[in-house]
Design a protein around this ligand. Structure first.
Ligand code: BG6
Length: 521
């Protein structure tokens, strides 16, 4: 069954809600990217900005100042970024020369050493010139697209140069990439550095999963419909499965990944955010603090992980050689910059309990890994079995529970699985799916990228889809016992899986002992 969009319109006088309903263009501003020659700038930031420009959502005069150590100049920066955009298939700049020229006219480059105060003063002077040339009004977004070890240096450098304030009455904001710390203590310390220079309202900690269209749709599904809420609780839901599977390996980031591992790379941020959105109570409105307050409550309700319990509720594993799309691929330990006896996990599966009124007794199973069978992320909410089966013992054995599945990527959409009668004179049944897919309902082949959404929101001063200080710290607290146990465990309890599979047998056993199993994706 297909779901078709129903259209309608309503005028809204509440400025917050009215603002949400329109596409808005931010105030003229400059984005300053630290780490301008790096991969994130090439692959995500500049293509997303160009994408916003093509949609008419960049303010007139918008400028980008790239800062890095390499001895590039404005011309080289423009050339490199043009090539980067062209490499990103399908971005409009590749085909829209006029759009690119307009965007490129606002690109500036500053060669700078992040440790030298003098270079922040040069940056301040350049920003003043950009304001004068392009009318950007002293409004600034600083983007930290550098290795996390440089965050404090840059934040303090900005502070000493007085750049935490916009110029001439303008505003200043800072976007901080993940990983935000590597454990609770380092995240708290980083928050302190940030707060010694910027106010919380200026600080945008990015988690790109929150910018995904399908993730935002989870809020719409839950809070713009009546039919779900009465059953969205322990009385009707048996358990929740959150899977974020990737088929790629560590994609040339061995050095980073050795330090991070899957818990820091995926769970502390993306998977816990998804859990929060499934489990949170309805916020009073869509304002940043209202939404974030509810997410923090979920994180605080997660049952603390007892070290002695870890073997019963968590699995960590590493991929070994296998195949991807029919081609052999190396094991994790054979990857560049990875220690030959590394015990860094590339896969984890966890069972978390949310001890609150709504979710008491409902397990949330989370799994994520590199080099799994395919890229596939979904949230599956599995309902309880019906209380009484009218159709005899055989039917009981055949019947499967209702499942609401939110497909985050690819094939974005939502489906509801339910039992239907098989046509014929016997009373047999079979599960069927009622399916909504973005492609067929909205005729959309490509959804806006998460970075486009988040960059635009930051320029608009909307922080709902960014994580707050207490939220980041609460997420680290949830994982702290697991991180310290696993960091110190070495080979003990580390499982292995062949690249190209759904993970180790131990992850299956985690659910089997609760009488459940992972969904086959
Ligand atoms: C990043 C991780 O945050 O998310 C990567 O550092 C991972 O390791 C990526 O590959 C996954 O993002 P997406 O949007 O491709 O699911």
């Amino acid at each position: 069954m297909k779901v078709s969009p129903v259209t309608g319109s309503a005028s809204d006088t509440n400025p917050l809600r009215a603002g949400l309903r329109r596409e808005r263009v931010p105030d003229p501003c400059t984005m300053i990217i630290f780490g301008a020659t790096g991969d994130l700038t090439r692959r995500k930031l500049v293509p997303s900005l160009v994408g916003l420009g093509a949609k008419g959502l960049l303010p007139g005069g918008f400028a980008v100042v790239g800062v890095s150590r390499s001895s590039w100049n404005d011309e080289r920066f423009r050339r490199e970024m043009r090539d980067a955009v062209a490499e990103e298939e399908g971005t409009p700049a590749a085909s829209n020369a006029a759009g690119w020229e307009e965007f490129a006219a606002g690109l500036r480059y500053l060669q700078g050493d992040f440790t030298r105060d003098e270079d922040y003063r040069r940056l301040a002077a350049l920003l003043d010139r950009v304001d004068a040339d392009r009318g950007t009004g002293g409004n600034r977004v600083f983007y930290l697209a550098v290795p996390p070890s440089l965050y404090p240096t840059i934040i303090e450098g900005l502070g000493r140069a007085g750049l935490q304030r916009g110029a001439g009455g303008g505003w200043a904001r800072i976007i901080i990439e993940k990983p935000f710390g590597r454990d609770l203590a380092t995240a708290c310390a980083l928050n302190q550095v940030v707060m010694s220079v910027f106010r919380e309202a200026q600080t945008y900690r990015i988690d790109h999963y929150l910018g995904k269209e399908t993730v935002q749709n989870l809020l719409v599904l839950r809070f713009a419909n009546t039919f779900l809420e009465p059953t969205w609780n322990r009385h009707y839901i048996d358990h929740v499965q959150i899977t974020v599977a990737e088929d790629i390996g560590i994609a040339g980031r061995g050095g980073y990944y050795e330090e991070a591992g899957v818990l820091r790379d995926m769970f502390q941020n993306h998977l816990l955010q998804l859990l929060c959105l499934v489990a949170m109570e309805a916020p009073v409105d869509f304002a940043a603090d209202a939404v974030r307050d509810e997410k923090v409550k979920v994180l605080r309700a997660i049952r603390p992980i007892e070290t002695a319990e870890i073997p019963h509720l968590a699995v960590r594993a590493q991929y070994q050689a296998g195949s991807r799309a029919g081609r052999p691929v190396p094991g994790y330990r054979e990857e560049d910059e990875v220690a030959p006896a590394s015990t860094t996990p590339t896969f984890a599966a966890l069972r978390l309990m949310v001890d609150n009124w709504r979710w008491e007794g409902v397990p949330f199973y989370l799994r994520s890994g590199k080099r799994m069978t395919k890229k596939d992320s979904e949230i599956a909410v599995v309902y309880r079995a019906v209380p009484h089966v009218l159709f005899g013992p055989e039917a009981r054995a055949e019947m499967v529970p209702n499942v609401i599945t939110l497909r985050i990527q690819p094939d974005e959409g939502i489906s509801l699985k339910f039992e239907a009668k098989l046509p014929g004179l016997a009373l047999r049944m079979r599960p069927v799916n009622m399916d909504f897919s973005y492609g067929s309902s909205f005729g959309l082949l490509e959804l806006p990228s998460a970075y486009e959404r988040l960059l635009l929101d930051c320029m608009l001063g909307e922080a709902t889809l960014f994580t707050r200080r207490d939220e980041v710290e609460a997420a680290w607290s949830v994982l702290a016992p697991l991180l310290s146990a696993w960091d110190g465990a070495g080979q003990d309890g580390l499982a292995f899986y062949e690249a190209g599979t759904w993970g180790p047998a131990e992850a299956d056993a985690l659910l089997q002992k609760d009488g459940r199993r992972w969904r086959r994706l």
